[in-house]
Design a protein around this ligand. Structure first.
Ligand SMILES: Nc1ncnc2c1ncn2[C@@H]1O[C@H](COP(=O)(O)OP(=O)(O)OP(=O)(O)O)[C@@H](O)[C@H]1O
Ligand SMILES: Cc1ncc(CO)c(N)n1
Length: 270
């Protein structure tokens, strides 16, 4: 009998299949990890935009956490879009109630088309209740700027911001560079022991990048669920991203989804 590590995504759905929980599940499948899911909210979304958002009633979120805790052995988990302060609070409580370990927090705030996936007043709850639970946090540049409340313009301010986010309680910080204006997409990593490094990738000039953040953090979850170290999980995630960005698929008319089969016949060890 084959055995696969069990992991959990706590996020919002994307009817268009490219981002959010759908990207999470496809990524974990590609990494040979079994993904369970707590749907925090539903979006009517495609590659063009987000048309509607509906956070679920809190008792339904609670019920899903209980269903999973009653049956599975969750080795690692991630959070994605959490929509508003009360859902962030609820998720943070459930993570503690069920002692979920190896938590990757992707502090999703805005979708590629500009739609808000987190209300402004929820940022403080993310900072005070969710970030302290994070083994790894993966903000993109605008999210990091919102958390530290100052702009990030160069490598020095990137490093300073990562340190500030670590001081808020996240053990390890991956500050993603996908939104930087330069020709590179380097991500900055600050580990719990204070060591740091930059991860580079060849810039891919494409608008088929819907769900990059969700995918990156889900590889980390999958690799942590397998028992790999935080550093290895982060490095494998970047290798996976660099590989699949080279293998576009043509789906949808807007910001097309990534190709989650794209690393199948590669050297990336997943
Ligand atoms: N054009 C690109 N070429 C190469 N790598 C990229 C490109 N865009 C993003 N990446 C990489 O993809 C990963 C996700 O970064 P990004 O900053 O885009 O996250 P995100 O904004 O959270 O994504 P999303 O909102 O689509 O989920 C990072 O490792 C980043 O370096
Ligand atoms: C539901 C959802 N979560 C996350 C993102 C960000 O990729 C998105 N577009 N939609």
């Amino acid at each position: 009998m084959n055995e696969y590590p069990e992991a959990l995504t706590i996020a919002g759905t994307d009817s268009g299949g490219g981002a959010g929980m759908m990207a999470d599940i496809k990524t974990m499948q590609a990494c040979h990890v079994f993904s369970t899911s707590v749907v925090v909210g539903v979006t009517a979304q495609n590659t063009i935009d987000v048309q509607r958002v509906l956070p679920l009633p809190l008792e339904m979120v609670d019920a899903q956490f209980k269903s999973i805790a009653d049956d599975f052995v969750i080795k690692a988990a991630k959070t994605g879009a959490l929509f508003d302060a009360e859902h962030v609070h609820n998720v943070a409580q459930n993570i503690q109630r069920y002692s979920l370990e190896n938590l990757v927090v992707d502090p999703v705030m805005v979708a590629k088309g500009g739609a808000k996936l987190l209300t402004d007043d929820a940022i403080d709850t993310v900072i005070t209740e969710l970030i302290p639970l994070a083994d790894i946090i993966t903000p993109n540049l605008p999210e990091a700027e919102t958390i530290v409340k100052h702009s990030i313009t160069d490598r020095e301010s990137t490093k300073r911001a990562a340190k500030e986010i670590q001081q808020l309680g996240a053990k390890n910080v991956v500050l993603k560079g996908g939104h930087s204006n330069g020709p590179k997409n380097d991500d900055y990593v600050l580990l719990a022991d204070g060591s740091d490094f930059w991860m580079s990738g060849q810039h891919v000039d494409s608008k088929r990048k819907h769900g990059t953040g969700d995918t990156l953090s889900s590889v980390m979850v999958a690799e942590l669920a397998k028992g790999h170290s935080v550093k290895m999980a982060i490095q494998t995630a970047k290798q996976f991203m660099n590989e699949i960005l080279q293998h576009e698929i043509h789906v949808g008319q807007g910001h097309g989804p990534l190709n989650h089969w794209g690393a199948e016949n590669s050297n990336v060890k997943i």
